[in-house]
Design a protein around this ligand. Sequence first.
Ligand SMILES: [Cu+2]
Length: 417
Amino acid sequence: MTRPGCRALTSIAGLALVLAMLIPIVATAHGERAQQANTRMRTLNWYDVEISPAKIAVGEDIKVRGRFRTSKLWPEHIPSVEQRVFLNVGAGGPNFIRTASNIDGISAVQSTSLELGKDYSFEIDMKARRPGRFHVHPIVNVLDAGSMVGPGRWIEITGSQDDFVNTVESMFGREIELESFHLKSIVSWHVLWFVIGGAWLVYWFRQRPLLIPRLRAVDELDEKGEDADELISPTDIKVAIVFLAVTLLIIVGGFAWGERDAPITIPLRTAKTSMPDNKPFPQANIDVSISEATYRIPGRSFRMKLTVDNRSDRTLRVGEFLCANVRFINPEVRTVEPIDEHDLVASHGLRVEGGPIAPGQVSTVEVFAEDALWETQRLTRMINDPDSVIAGLLFFYAQDGSREIVEVGGSLLPIFE
Ligand SMILES: [Cu+2]
């Protein structure tokens, strides 16, 4: 290709890249299914999650609340919640502001650490900021492991972003509108540094050949045994000194200006909130152990053989199996319908053989969780895991609606035909 042709092509490619970076892409999904199946099953099991109201106007409040249980079968290769976690919200963009959050009633504005095999309640208060329709999830960010994502809900925000106000009062009684606070200075500083950086680049681009031609020139001088530093002229040095001096002056000036404007500042707080030590393990009046777990690939059928010891004074029946945010419901016990099109509820997904378990009885129950969600939620990939261990929560219901929740888990055997 001719050199001008090549150059034109490079410019077009460069321009396309810049444009691609500038044009915001609307994200319709945010990777909730991309996470490995075992990470979704064996880290946090979310339940009773409520995100409401589903339709609000800009500036109105919305609450995300529910419970999660940290898995006893947390994979060894994934750093756990015992290090550092942060309760968060997953929504595509700054569409909400968080005004308060807590885990077990303890403020979760800062990060904290949790224990494995325990049950926690959480609450997040938010205000709608931008109009649109967003998929919102509660999230627990785990240090070095990533986000453990809870179930999502579609939330519709109406109105206009112009109506959004986010005013706070500083410690000294100064009222600040966070949406626009010092926006002008932020823009001015960016423009200033772009101009200075650009001027520096332009100076060098105008001077003499750069990059590869310059490397060649340096090599040539080296070959001749001459000093390559000769390429830098006394003018270059003078210009560099001026640039350095101006840069330092602006930094010092900016600092002094900032100090005058806000003499007292404190850094962002990064301390960890401590949760009460030795929180008791969740109690259940029932003992459950898996003696066998299989997944039949052609039928998308997951089967568990359980030994259940009912120590309660009520007859219990398996009503739900919750695994990786997918809820398999036994229609004979409960009626649960999906709230929206992405609510992972298999209303008829659970079949139980072995019937109700009478008080004081030890019985063998077979549980079948069958639904296309195994496939569409990419949970079947667990059969490719070296340790093929699955886990989830089993919900046992009594006639009066009371329930017992137990985490079950164990090795899974895939069946291919
Ligand atoms: Cu989502």
